[in-house]
Write a protein that binds this ligand. Sequence first.
Ligand SMILES: [Zn+2]
Length: 489
Amino acid sequence: MKKIQQFLALYLKTLACILLFFTYFVESVNTQQDCGTSSSVSEIIDCNQANLPCDNSKPIKYIKINVHYLLTPDGKHNFTETKSNRSGDLMNGYERADYLIHDANWMMDNLQPYGFNPSLPVCQVPVRFVLSGVYFHRTSNWDINYNWSQYATFLNSLQVNPNEELNFFFHYDHTQINQSTGGLNHGGIHQGSHSSIWNDWDLNATNYGSRTICHEVFHSALSHPFQGDNCDDTNTQSSWCGTDNNVMSYTCHYWWNLTPCQICNLSAIFSTGYYARFVAGQGDCPIVNAFFDVPSEICAGLTTNEIGIQASASFNEDNYLLEIDRIDGPGGNPIPGTHFSQWYWNQKAGYILLHQRTGYNFQTDRLYRIKLGVSNSCGQYHEMTKETKIKSCTVDPESCCISQLLLSPNPSSIEINISYTLNADQNISIFVFDAYTGNLVDNPYYNFAQNEGSQQITYPLNEIPNGLYWLQLNTSLGGIQHLLFSVSH
Ligand SMILES: [Zn+2]
C-alpha cells in the first residue's frame, strides 16, 4: 500500500513538474524556483527508508557546466571578457565562472550537519562540477523574465553541447525589484539541460551564485522539502534563514546540507535515465577540461605580435600543454618548420600571453592554430584547438574612422582622459601595451558601442604600474590610433 501511495505521489509530482515547466511557476521573492524531474520509482522508494545510512561507495560523478552571461549590446550589466560591471569587483567573466564552480565543489566537499536534525549522518555528495566553457552574449534580450513566452526557447538556442553538458545563464531582470528594499531580487529556474539565474551578478551575497548552481542542478533529482520531496528525513517547513540549511530549501546559509535520502536520490538520477547523459566521467580521478577563448583576428602589435588566450581551469588539472602551428588556411595544414609544442608541468592554465610564455614569434597576416591540453597526475587528459589570425590593422585611420585622439594629462598619476572623434557610429576597443616589451597590459574597453562625434573616456590608473605605455584605440570600421603616455604615481 505504501508503495502505491508513493507511486501516486511521484506520478502527481511528475505531472506537477510538467505543468510547472510550461507555466513557469513563480515562487516567492528572493528565491530559486523551478521543478525537478524524478528518478525511477524503485530508486525513490529505496532512498526513502527511515534512517538511511550513508553509501559512500558510490563513485563521484563529474558534470560539465557551461557558464553564459547575457550582456547588453554594448557589453554592460554583467561580467564581460575583461571586467565586471559591478563596482568594486575586479573579477572578469572567466574568473567569476571559475570562482562559482570552484566554490560549489568546495561546498560539496564540506557538507554540514542538517540544522533541523544534527544527528543525521553527513554523507558524501556523489557529484562534482567541471567548468566546461564560458560564453558572452551581447543581445537585446539581456533583460528578460521567466514569464516571457520565448524565455526557454531563447536560452535553449544559446546552449553549448546541451545533450552532454549543463548550461547556466546569468542575466538581468529589472522586474525583480524588492518592494521593501528597492534592491533586486534574485532567483533561478531549472529547465532540463539549462538553468538560469537572474541578478546574481549584481549581488554581494557571498556564495549565492554557487549555492544556486547546486540547488538548480540538484533539482534534476530533488524537489523542495517544504513542497513534499519523498524524503522522510527532510523537514517540511520552510524556515527561511533560520535553522534550515538544506540547500533545497530557501536557505540563506553559506554552510549547507543534503540529507542521506536526498543524496541517495541525487546518486540515482545521474546513474540512470535522462540525466545520466550529463556525467562526463566518474571515479577518484577527477576529469579535466581544457577551454580557452581567443579572438578570430588580432591586430599586429606595435613592436611584437602577441596573442593572449583566456583559459579557464577545471581546477583538476596539474599540467598544461601549448601547441602552436602556422597553417595554410582555415582548417588547413601546418606549415613545416613552424611547429611548437611544450608541456608546462605543475602549472594551471589561466590568462596566457603566448609570445611571452613560449617565445614563439607570430608573423603579421598569418593564420595560427593553437592547442591547449590539460592533464592531471592520475591520467586524465583533454584538449581544445582554435585558430586565430594576426591582422595588419594599419589602414589609414584618420580618413576612415577616428580623429583627434588626445591623452591628458600626460604624464598621469591617478587617471587619464582619452578624447577622440568618431567619424561614424562604431564599436571601440582600447588596449594598453607596455612600450618596451610590447606586452598587453590592459584591455579596459572591448567592442564598446559609441555614436558618431566627440567622445571622452576616463581611464583610471590605480592598477597600472609606473612606466611608459602605448594606448591603442581600435574601431570596428578598421580605425586604429595609438599614443604614448607615461604613468608616474
Ligand atoms: Zn528550487
